[in-house]
Design a binder for this molecule. Sequence first.
Ligand SMILES: [Zn+2]
Length: 250
Amino acid sequence: MSNVKTGVCLNCQKITELQKSHAINKTFFREISTKCPETFGKPLQIKYHDNEANLDGNQITYFQFCKNCENYFNSRYEDYSVKFFKNNLSRVKQRTTKKFIRYSNVDQKKLGKFLLSIYWKISNSENDLVRNVSIFPNNINAVIRNILNNDECLSKIGCKIRVFKLIDSKFDIKDDGLKQIIMTPFLSANGTWYSMMFYGFFIQMTFYNFREDDISQFRFLKDNIGSLYVNFKEINEIHEFKERVLSSYY
Ligand SMILES: [Zn+2]
């Protein structure tokens, strides 16, 4: 299959040659394919809507952006954020406690927009793995474009994002194993959070208006450069994960 196709760029809206974009950066997949021969280099992909968990080489690509927009997103958000998740930012220091990792000097606005862009790409993708994922109404595309192309904050659409680091005390799956799990976005049972998993992290996004006094305990990404607290989360306490993986394998 060709790597370019003519169509409307999701970002600049021009009819042009579209690149095959990865919704979740390809370096995360590359790491699985080189480091995990026991899974044939394929991540455990959990497709929420179909209640399935499979080893699947599908890298969630779709023709969405022109070359300019693809480069823009890479240089503006992705390069930085991928380095953050892979622990390759020299300015960011980590301190680990029992409950959380504190990362200092994190450009959280950049990170937040990177994560928003993943949800946005997936929400507009026809890739088999995420075809049924619907997060944003179509009429919000223009607002998201404005946020991602200008100095706007996520709060403009009431969007709040938080990040957890996955751990597994029950089956003792190590970090390298957790990094092989990709769960495409799903809406939590209470309808509050859109969640997803990749590279050993659990990401949650919400539009819910929490009470003022609740907000501090949620540790959302802020609109500044500063300390980011990433709480640990037991993967087996995530109901939707347990349900899908256990029903597929046991
Ligand atoms: Zn474009």
